[in-house]
Design a protein around this ligand. Structure first.
Ligand SMILES: [Zn+2]
Length: 419
């Protein structure tokens, strides 16, 4: 633990106010089955209204952009200085938790409120951004708001249709957006100084290790593959073992290879076979064809590339040994987003100023920061998720850890402002 104390001119967040606001937001959309603030739903709109009220009370000028993002802004002392942005999201997955996204938003507002309470004006303007549909549960298009700010919308976003048949064009006005003006949500790099996001880890490393703060080194990339294994369907009783061209045995070998590539070989951080279709899927027929989905995730693109090489090499080996044909087709990939070294250092320094020990770790989940990183330097602070549980009703971060994270966010803001 660092022995460095908080300098006398620093500002402290109000921990009880932070946790009260977090608890109040956590009551909006809560059910016995968990949090239900799915983007564009009535609870989502109610949560957004609550946040707008907090922003106004903290002295921010509040607007909603064409993507439905809520943006609160306080001006800085230097007229032409670019804005330091703090952000996250208030939408949730169905039956989700009370901390994913919500902590980052409530903490960002608390940081602005704490600076105002201290009677200080920073050099830079500060903007708090609450991004629309981070989770992508609605319309199956995630990071919708943050990608609009970064100018990263794709044709599929404009054409997005929800499961109930509603178009995004029709629903975006429900959160104050307007798809025909989406280009106006885009921000120029010269308007922004940097982006800082506090988030729960959603994994077990901080809680298990007893570390209060995580400095995020990069946001994971994901590569996905469709694997088609073609053997020969035949009678399960009469075909001798040596004469079989069994697509299922081949698939099983490949699934174990995926685990080995990430596990024993440590080529890539994680690897998963999450889906499999067996044909004809009958107990007395040797499977003639299996289709499976493989994915790898890592924050280093070179690791993802190495995993693909190993996957293809192993598939060829198995195809030869099992006398089947295996086609590995790369699907659309999500590139990893590294966090710049100086931005990691900013968070590490902010943690040290708060007297909090930290570790460096990658983010295994996606976040708005990865979109915003396309237009301004981004950094992320993680706080422990008890038991590593997230996207579930049991998602929990202690009030002390929430307060620690908010203080580190504030310290990071002050350090960035002084640069
Ligand atoms: Zn989140």
């Amino acid at each position: 633990m660092s022995t460095q104390s908080i300098p006398s001119d620093s500002i402290a967040i109000n921990a009880s106010r932070l946790n009260d606001h977090l608890a109040a937001l956590g009551q909006i959309g809560i059910t016995e089955a968990g949090m239900q603030r799915v983007a564009f739903s009535a609870p989502d709109v109610a949560g957004r209204d609550y946040v707008v009220g907090l922003m106004a009370a903290a002295g921010m000028a509040v607007r909603v952009d064409a993507a439905g993002n809520i943006i609160g802004r306080v001006e800085g002392g230097e007229a032409s200085a670019p804005a330091i942005v703090l952000g996250s999201h208030t939408d949730t997955v169905p039956a989700g938790g009370q901390y994913d996204g919500a902590l980052g938003v409530i903490a960002a507002i608390e940081v602005v409120q704490a600076v105002a309470d201290a009677g200080q004006t920073l050099r830079h303007p500060v903007e708090v951004m609450v991004f629309t549909n981070e989770e992508g549960t609605s319309f199956h298009r995630w990071l919708l708001g943050s990608r609009a700010v970064a100018g990263l919308w794709e044709s599929e976003d404009f054409a997005a249709v929800a499961d109930d048949g509603a178009t995004l064009t029709a629903r975006l006005p429900d959160v104050g957006g307007n798809i025909s003006r989406i280009a106006e949500a885009r921000r120029r790099p010269d308007e922004l100084a940097c982006y800082l996001e506090l988030h729960i880890e959603q994994g077990p490393l901080l809680h298990r290790g007893g570390f209060p703060i995580g400095v995020v080194t990069g946001i994971t990339g994901r590569s996905m593959y469709h694997v088609d294994i073609v053997g020969e369907a035949n009678h399960a009783g009469t075909t001798p073992m040596a004469m079989r061209r069994d697509a299922m045995s081949s698939a099983a070998r490949l699934a174990l290879a995926v685990r080995r590539i990430a596990g024993e070989m440590e080529v890539v951080r994680v690897g998963t076979v999450g889906s499999m279709e067996v044909h004809p899927n009958a107990g007395n027929v040797i499977p003639g064809r299996v289709q499976m989905g493989v994915e790898f995730r890592d924050e280093r693109m070179e690791s993802l590339a190495a995993a693909e090489v190993e996957l293809r090499r192993t598939a060829e080996e198995i195809a030869h040994a099992e006398n089947v044909a295996i086609a590995v087709t790369a699907q659309r990939n999500t590139p990893s987003v590294p966090i710049a070294g100086n931005m990691q250092q900013l968070i590490a320094d902010a943690a040290q100023l708060a007297g909090l020990e930290h570790i460096n770790l990658p983010s295994g989940a996606g976040h708005d920061a990865q979109a915003i990183a396309a237009i301004t330097p981004a950094a992320m602070v993680f706080v422990p998720s008890v038991g590593g549980i997230s996207h579930a009703p049991a998602e929990y971060t202690t009030p002390a850890d929430c307060a620690n994270g908010a203080q580190v966010l504030l310290n990071a803001l002050l350090l960035a402002d002084g640069r």
